[in-house]
Design a protein around this ligand. Structure first.
Ligand SMILES: O=C(CO)[C@H](O)[C@H](O)COP(=O)(O)O
Length: 235
């Protein structure tokens, strides 16, 4: 392989593979993040070349909306449609049961709405995102309404988590989500029961949504480098 960044190449390959799964006439959930950005780009290319037609996208974030417009993908909202045929989205961790941690881009609330509605939910990751157990590396992002940050932080500590308010980069103060809320990243020593932890976190008053996604993924496309070439395998 050339001097190109291998992670970038893996992301491009999985993005291309996911975009290839979209059929003409589909309503497509468009995820957030650097990997999904390639899927949006390749989807726009397929539309432009006439390889597919009549698709419409449902963006999961401001970022996805901007990219979709840039690559010529028409957009709609959940009020105007009665189904999502396929959603393509990235993840921060993927376990062997295809459960996920998402929200590295603070978009997990809208992502969960769109991805869970999809008849087919495709996850695009590079091999570095695979873990034996969720929470091994990544903290669980929890979106919280601003007035509840302090009580939610205390409640999370009582659950045994280590909460940290996510701070902005090139912006003073905390990250503000597309909905105007804040994100608390919660590190747990181990997450042995993601199904229950997802519910427990969402039951804390003031929590809007957390980044644990369980029992919702149909296919994971994993970008890897083999013999110096990027390849895509499936889980
Ligand atoms: O959940 C997400 C955004 O909220 C992203 O899908 C996740 O963070 C993966 O992003 P990337 O493909 O850039 O690694």
């Amino acid at each position: 392989m050339s001097a190109a960044d291998p992670t970038k190449l893996m992301k491009q390959e999985v993005g291309k593979a996911a975009a290839a799964l979209v059929e003409s006439g589909s309503i497509v959930g468009l995820g957030t993040g650097s990997t999904t950005a390639y899927a949006i780009q390749f989807l726009g290319d397929r539309l432009k070349s006439g390889e597919i037609k009549d698709i419409v996208g449902v963006p999961t974030s401001f970022q996805a909306e901007v990219l979709s417009k840039q690559y010529g993908i028409p957009l709609t909202t959940l009020d105007a449609i009665d189904r999502i045929d396929i959603a393509i989205d990235g993840a921060d961790e993927v376990d062997p049961q295809k459960n996920l941690i998402k929200g590295g881009g603070a978009a997990h609330t809208r992502e969960k709405v769109v991805d869970y509605l999809a008849n087919r939910f495709i996850v695009v990751v590079d091999a570095g995102k695979l873990v034996d157990r969720l929470g091994s590396v990544f903290a669980v992002p929890v979106e919280v309404i601003p007035m509840a940050v302090t009580p939610v932080t205390r409640a999370i500590e009582k659950l045994g988590g280590k909460p940290e308010l996510r701070m902005g980069v090139k912006k003073a103060g905390p990250v503000i989500t597309d909905q105007g809320n804040m994100v608390i990243d919660v590190k747990f020593d181990t997450i042995s029961d993601p199904v229950n932890l997802e519910k427990t976190l969402n039951n804390i008053p003031g929590v809007l949504e957390n980044g644990i996604f369980v029992n919702c993924v149909d296919l994971v496309l994993i970008g890897e480098v083999k013999d110096d070439q990027p390849i895509v395998r499936q889980l």
